[in-house]
Design a protein around this ligand. Structure first.
Ligand code: NAD
Length: 543
């Protein structure tokens, strides 16, 4: 029992470490990379706190060095998912009965573990398992993950503080109840922070969770689970399973106590999940909450007044960092013809200077793409662009899967604003550029708005204030995260809450109170201190 209105520590954004030569963090992560590469890690499921293995052992490899064995995980079947649901439902009454301060303390401790003693381990696991450079791992696995945990605790306490007014003689209260069942968290390969946030955000609000990460992110997911356990999260609150997507999805959707899915991944998969939930609506005890952040075809549109150096840097970083595998990555650009000659020369030269290779070599700016399916898809689009009459590969275009899944940073120039790579999400280091007549600014803004079904991120570059205002207006529904004179990637928790609309998801803004509000079912309580004792109203009395 707590007697006091406790205030949680004010959240802050974790400082990004440099890993420059001579820094202690560089020595530490190099040692951790060597250690992890020397081990073969066993990654069982975690159900109700117990390590569970199946007959189906699957190997884990770095995408940039697939002959190296990192470890094994154990594929789950439907019975394991059911076991995880049972474990979650069993602990549910105890977890909900804990005071919110206890939940806050567990996740604040987890944040300190991520940014402290586990920093090197979670970064190194993300580098090896997902082929991130040390900088990309640091901003994701260490910093963004710690930010999610700290800010979500703060948002929880702010939400609990949102209370209705009370008139004389009554007291109105809102109780932010957790949902009455289990949440299924489905996480993508590309961000360790998202993998940690999707199960923990509902758990912070008092819910119990079954978590299924992408197979290609299991290596770092197992470190997240270690951190939650070390922070004191009770067994069964978050259960980690590894079924194939459709097997897990089927068990989830058909369970009467399924109350919500917290998803980040592709639009196609999310649509399937939505349909499966709808097909089972008659058996659910509660209408499930469906929260999904999905794909993008993120744009950069430059006005004739834009600064070429700023624009070039944004394009290179926005399109090619983490091999273009950020949902927010710049993948289509609209450049006015007055800027193109100067931009083209410096852009091609910058892209040619990009060094790609194993992420253990810190001089590399890019690693490999996540797996063979992604490699094959990207190579196919690049080969087609080399042949198509309305497209030209102006830099990059080589693909090599002899030791890892390496795709050169590639720029396609197209004369067709509706060319396939201007509207389809490729999810790799491929940027398509369309050069427009500088005077057709307004027409081009409409083209940007109407070309792709997605609306996740986008950026406008201009010096002219009228042009910036016009873009803001025309592109009002074209992006959930919109940037002016900045690259469309790199949203920071608490500063730029993240999410998009249209085919990019339900826009429930992870890293904000809006997301946490999806994981509660408020109960309004009215208490009357002077309840009436007669049903008759005064107006009914005789004159
Ligand atoms: P994915 O859709 O292939 O997988 C996401 C998760 O869903 C995985 O855990 C996967 O195993 C599971 N899954 C697959 N089929 C399923 C099914 N039928 N039923 C239930 N679950 C199923 O996505 P990915 O390749 O891991 O990630 C890349 C995608 O994620 C890109 O489209 C990217 O734009 C998107 N993404 C979006 C955001 C955002 O905030 N909008 C952030 C990161 C990634």
């Amino acid at each position: 029992m707590y007697s006091g209105f406790y205030q949680v520590p004010k959240a802050w954004n974790e400082t990004v470490k440099s890993y420059a030569p001579g820094t202690p963090e560089r020595d530490e992560i190099k040692a951790m990379l060597t250690q992890l590469r020397s081990e073969v890690k066993d990654v069982p499921m975690v159900i109700g706190g117990k390590r569970v293995k199946s007959e189906k052992q699957k190997s884990l490899h770095p995408p940039h060095d697939f002959n190296h064995l990192l470890g094994y995980y154990y594929e789950s079947d439907a019975s394991h998912v059911t076991m995880a649901i049972d474990a979650a439902l069993e602990v549910r009454p105890y977890w909900q009965a804990l005071e919110w301060q206890d939940r806050a303390a567990i996740f604040l401790r987890a944040a300190d573990l991520v940014s402290g003693p586990f920093r090197a381990k979670i970064n190194a696991a993300t580098m090896l398992g997902q082929s991130k450079t040390v900088h990309q791992a640091e901003i994701d696995a260490a910093c963004e993950f710690a930010d999610f945990l700290r800010y979500n605790v703060q948002f929880m306490s702010e939400i609990y503080g949102m209370q209705p007014v009370s008139d004389h003689g009554i007291w109105n209260r809102i109780e932010y109840r957790p949902l009455e069942g289990f949440i299924y968290a489905l996480t993508p390969f590309n961000f360790t922070a998202i993998a940690g946030n999707l199960p923990s955000a509902p758990a912070i609000m008092g819910n119990v969770v079954v978590w299924k990460p992408a197979n290609t992110q299991i290596y770092a997911a197992s470190v997240i689970m270690e951190i939650f356990e070390e922070a004191g999260l009770p067994d069964g609150v978050i259960n980690l399973v590894f079924p194939s997507g459709p097997v897990g999805g089927k068990v989830m959707a058909a369970h009467p106590d399924f109350v919500g899915v917290h998803f980040t991944g592709s639009t196609t998969v999310f649509s399937k999940i939505w349909k499966a939930i709808g097909d089972n609506v008659s058996i659910h005890n509660t209408y499930p909450k469906i929260v999904g952040e999905t794909g993008g075809k993120d744009f950069v549109v430059a006005h004739k007044s834009a600064d070429v150096n700023t624009l070039r840097t944004a394009l290179v970083r926005g399109a090619f960092e983490y091999q273009g595998q950020k949902c927010s990555a710049a993948s289509r650009a609209y450049i006015p013809d007055n800027l193109w000659p100067e931009l083209k020369e410096s852009l091609v030269s910058d892209v040619k200077s990009i060094k790609m290779g194993p992420v253990e070599d810190f001089t590399n700016f890019m690693g490999a793409v996540i797996d063979e399916a992604s490699f094959d898809k990207l190579s196919m689009f690049i080969e087609n662009a080399k042949k198509d009459a309305d497209a030209e590969v102006i830099v990059g275009g080589n693909c090599d899967k002899s030791t890892g899944y390496f795709i050169e940073p590639t720029i396609i120039l197209t004369s067709n604003p509706h060319y396939i790579t201007m509207h389809e999400e490729l999810f790799g280091p491929v940027l398509t550029i369309y050069v427009y007549e500088a005077e057709k600014w307004l027409e081009t803004l409409n083209l940007v708005d109407q070309t792709s079904p997605y609306a996740l991120t986008g950026a406008v570059f201009a010096h002219d204030r009228f042009a910036i205002e016009q873009a803001n207006e025309v592109l009002v529904n074209a992006a959930g995260n919109y940037y002016i004179n900045d690259k469309p990637t790199g949203a920071v928790v608490g500063q730029q809450p993240f999410g998009g609309a249209r085919a990019s998801g339900t826009n429930d803004k992870s890293g904000s109170p809006l997301n946490l509000l999806r994981w509660v079912s408020p109960r309004t309580i009215k208490e009357n201190f002077n309840p009436p004792t007669d049903y008759r109203y005064p107006f009914m009395e005789a004159e």
